[in-house]
Design a protein around this ligand. Sequence first.
Ligand code: C2E
Ligand code: CA
Ligand code: CA
Length: 602
Amino acid sequence: MTDTQNGKPNISPLQATEDKAGDSELLKITMERLRRAELLLRQSEYRLVRVQKFAGLGSWEWNVQTGDIYWSDELFRIFGLNPSDHQLIELDWVFSLINPLDLPAFKKVIFAAATDGQPFNLVYRINSGTEGETVVNCQGEVEYDAEGRLRLVSGTTLDITDRIRAESEIQQLINYDTLTGLPNRSLLHDRLKRAIAQAARDQQLVGVLFIDLDRFKNINDTLGHPAGDTLLKTIAGRLAACVRESDTLARLGSDEFVVILVGASSAEGITTVAKKILMLVSEPIYIDGQEIYTSASIGIAVYPMDGDDSYALLKHADFAMYQAKELERNNFQFFSREMNVKVLERMKLENSMRKALEREEFFLVFQPQVDVRSGRITGMEALLRWQHPDLGLLTPDKFIPLAEETGFIIPMGEWVMHSACRQNIIWQQQGLPSVRVAVNLSAKQFGQYNLDEMILATLMETGLDPQWLELEITESAIMKNAEQTAIILRKFKAMGISLAIDDFGTGYSSLAYLKHFPISRLKIDRSFVQDITTNPDDAAIAEIIIAMAQTLKLSVIAEGVETRAQMELLSFNNCIEMQGYLFSRPLPAEQFATLLRDGLKF
Ligand code: C2E
Ligand code: CA
Ligand code: CA
């Protein structure tokens, strides 16, 4: 005889014995069977509770019609609560237990399930009293009553905190180097792929710097592995200081590191970082009281020139690194030959520029500014030239950008200011007509903290009256740091120095800012003057600039005037002052003195 069939108590044999046995006997058997059935049920419930506890699985029910909410003991435990403290559960209380960041999503899912009847599954963090963050996975379903009204929402809630933590630990192991905590090769490829995709969209470069420490094996062998590890960690820290947050620094293994530089627009930016890395790596490192010197060799590949996928770029950077090591250690090499040549030329130019000042290779040429009605020279613009020992005569466009980048513009600008003022006073002392000299200032010079003091000192030293000095500044230079520039410009104005806006019309200008700055003159950019007789748009722009200057009571001068027709059209439109090849090319000082003495013929 079996007690159960299909897991359910079987009571039919009970009825079969009814007539044969006495009442008390029947009751005894019945009780015994009920007891055993109950025991089995308890056991199976107990097993379920145990399983739920091991699994961190809680169950719950929400009777939507009565508002009753049931929670299993295990569910309380997951939330860090004691079941006996919470007899009556309300919906708002449940909501209060959910991390506020996840609550909106939680409500949305539950209410959506209640409306469309679909089972749901969501992960959220709880606001528990327990330490650390608990993450749960909640699954549920919806039941309707016979009339089709929503009756019950029920389901399970599983504690998945450990799983999530293990997953993130696995991620850490998969993606990061254990010694330095830096991204490893796998994550590096990932980041590089992303950087390439972004650069393709923005039309920018990606620099891949493959860095290998020189003689690392040597250090490891003589000082031991712990010292080697300390060295690598120190180097990792120094490398991290060379890159921005958007860049990636990774360790490929042993003494190999890779830097991904994003957002670069030229090889120069990449070169700057490479130089900085070389410098920082070669600083001494102290390990166990010992001073250790190391250096690095860097190979550089650049997207898109040197490859368009992460593997090609890395391979080429690696290849370039070997070339760097072969040439001389503590050095960098670009993968492409052209890039190497370009960078090398720049470095040569940079080095020769530093020596050019003391070797007196710079000189000024002067171009007259003319009042076309009287034919008189009213001013001159000082323009810089460099007589390079190997490259010959260089115009500013060949070296000013480099000077700005390297900071050399500061001593060079000082030299220009001094030479221009001194030349002017010399001519005045020789009895030549007094004219103002215009000196160009680049944007970088406004960053010079003592620009005003430098100019004042120059005026005092040379004895030039400030009224004979004009500063030429481009619109973009002014706008770069408008607030600070306004302050400096007011100082100049107060000193009696006049200010001209160079290349006017090419930047973005508004009347508002023109009023904001103490300006005396606008220089109509050469590009408008060039086509003024053939392009009606350019003619219109020139006309507007002239009219605007008149309204604001500013002087106006046209630059780059080459033909008589240009001159006539400009003067017809009331622009009286001009500068350009039609009157004179920029001239060395001696020739300009002759012009000053004899006057201009045009
Ligand atoms: P910029 O201030 O617009 O200077 C005028 C440029 O136009 C000069 O070139 C001049 O030689 C040239 N030019 C003059 N008349 C004509 C003409 O009729 N037709 C044509 N096609 N060109 C003409 P340069 O001397 O090569 O100077 C180039 C730029 O270099 C200057 O442009 C200025 O921005 C900068 N620069 C020159 N000297 C200095 C300096 O001492 N310091 C700084 N910071 N920048 C300077
Ligand atoms: Ca100029
Ligand atoms: Ca100009």
